[in-house]
Design a protein around this ligand. Structure first.
Ligand SMILES: [Zn+2]
Ligand SMILES: [Zn+2]
Length: 266
């Protein structure tokens, strides 16, 4: 039994064939998934997916790459995060990968947005879903400043160095691995996955993106998250089932949910 800790079922290409995807998940023993919000305008869609299916949950947050849409206040985030089936704040964080001619100094708005999310997480004691790309130093520094050791959550779709993994673990965060772990070029990342203790690991698809080998390039779905578990199992000398069970238990503890037993109609 597996759980996908990060997917975007509200995106049109997945939403359009939701019933099919839920059936594929059941067939692949993927018992549940967390649907991640990337814009305030998207929130109701994400929440309604979770409200309609006992094995889906929702987050609320605005992705660091989201521009030209509603900038959330602390109150906006908290009001939505208090709604049923909303179990996390995010995805939030920093992304300096697509600066598009801007300097890091120009990205102060991203850092401010990130701070607002961290404050919401602390106000409601909810875990953060952290997105960090080409910005790990600032991400960690802001987490330390704002979180003060009281924030918790997960560094999602982890692609950073061993040192960043260590820092995330030291802050009490979990580390989530995606299909990138199966890519031929990801040898360094596989070393990181070998290092991260199993009781701090999560698995995810980040679907519709990042389909794992042997589906690379296709539209990803939560049904392929066992391929990530299989890769971690290989690295740690475990069975995929053991990785599935451990990451499900980590998911339940971190997000305060209980994954329904298979066979419960969704
Ligand atoms: Zn992300
Ligand atoms: Zn995402």
């Amino acid at each position: 039994m597996y759980v996908d800790s990060h997917c975007h079922l509200s995106f049109p290409e997945l939403r359009a064939r939701l019933d099919e995807i839920l059936a594929e998940m059941r067939a692949a023993e993927v018992a549940a998934a967390l649907c991640i919000c990337t814009a305030m305008e998207e929130f109701e869609l994400v929440r309604d997916l979770a409200a309609a299916h006992p094995n889906l949950w929702a987050s609320v947050g605005v992705h660091p790459d989201t521009e030209g849409m509603t900038e959330p206040s602390l109150e906006d985030l908290c009001e939505r995060a208090r709604q049923p089936r909303v179990v996390a704040i995010g995805e939030t964080g920093l992304d300096y990968y697509r600066l598009e001619g801007r300097s890091v100094a120009d990205m102060a708005w991203q850092r401010e947005r990130f701070r607002v999310h961290i404050r919401a997480g602390r106000a409601l004691d909810l875990p953060l879903v952290i997105h960090t790309r080409s910005a790990s130093e600032d991400t960690l520094a802001i987490l330390r400043e704002e979180g003060g050791g009281a924030s918790r959550g997960v560094f999602h779709c982890f692609t950073e160095s061993m040192a960043v993994a260590r820092a995330a673990l030291d802050l009490g965060f979990h580390v989530s691995f995606s299909g990138i772990l199966t890519f031929k070029t990801a040898a360094d990342l596989r070393e990181v996955a070998r290092y991260v203790p199993l009781d701090r690991c999560l698995i995810e698809t980040d679907s519709p993106y990042l389909a794992p080998v042997p589906h690379r390039g296709k539209t990803n779905t939560p049904a392929w998250v066992p391929l990530v578990a299989r890769q971690i199992a290989e690295l740690k000398g475990l069975t995929p089932e053991a990785v599935g069970q451990a990451t499900r238990e980590n998911f339940e503890k971190l997000f305060g949910v209980e994954v329904p037993a298979p066979g419960v109609p969704s």
